[in-house]
Design a protein around this ligand. Structure first.
Ligand code: HEM
Length: 169
């Protein structure tokens, strides 16, 4: 029973990571665009972006910690975790590359693109061509983050399917 704890924490954290990304795309951003007063829009956007950022990075920290714990647990059950001839190693390596990509894309959005967008909003230049270009980059980066996150979940599901992942390549 206790072995279920870290996979459970891992899955809950993945849900907290992924759910708000969908919500942001499909609900929050379209809703904020409806606000006509630029000052109110800026204030609302600032609260959303700050809280969304904290939530995402906190979820990522829990995902990484519970993922490492999952790994120790799997090592007890399966002795070929680091054996390149087994599917488990290949899927896990691919998953780690995807996780790295996700972290880079999220950092780009949190620390570079997002603050620049807020600055333009602050300077009331959200209708400028610069703002339009930045919005396009922002949409591309968040879409990529979402796609890479979904691919990582697939890699996790493949890993957890031991009938498949514990086989030789
Ligand atoms: C450093 C980061 C991570 C590590 C070390 C890690 C490690 C692991 C391990 C060892 C498992 C168990 C596989 C098994 O049962 O054999 C697992 C499962 C899983 N992981 Fe990760 N993971 C990480 C990040 C992520 C991320 C970022 C996502 C998704 C956004 C994710 C999604 C999943 C899913 C959906 C499962 C399947 C849950 C299950 O049924 O056990 N993981 N992970």
């Amino acid at each position: 029973m206790s072995e279920a704890i870290t996979p459970w924490v891992h899955i809950v954290a993945v849900a907290v990571w992924l759910g708000p990304q969908f919500f942001m795309f499909l609900v929050t951003v379209p809703a904020v665009r409806v606000i006509e007063d630029p000052e109110v829009r800026l204030r609302v956007m600032r609260v959303i972006v700050t809280r969304f950022g904290w939530l995402a990075w906190a979820a990522m920290a829990v995902i990484v910690l519970s993922g490492v714990s999952n790994l120790f647990q799997e090592a007890d059950e399966f002795g070929h975790l680091w054996d390149t001839e087994y599917r488990y190693f290949q899927i896990f390596s691919t998953k780690m590359v995807l996780v790295g990509l996700m972290v880079i894309l999220t950092a780009l959005h949190t620390f570079v693109i997002g603050p620049k967008q807020l600055r333009l909003l602050e300077e009331m230049r959200s209708d400028s061509t610069e703002a339009a270009g930045l919005r396009r980059v922002s949409i591309i980066v968040s879409s990529l983050t979402l796609l890479v996150s979904i691919a990582t979940v697939y890699a996790g599901a493949l890993l957890a399917n031991h009938d498949y992942s514990f086989q030789l390549v």
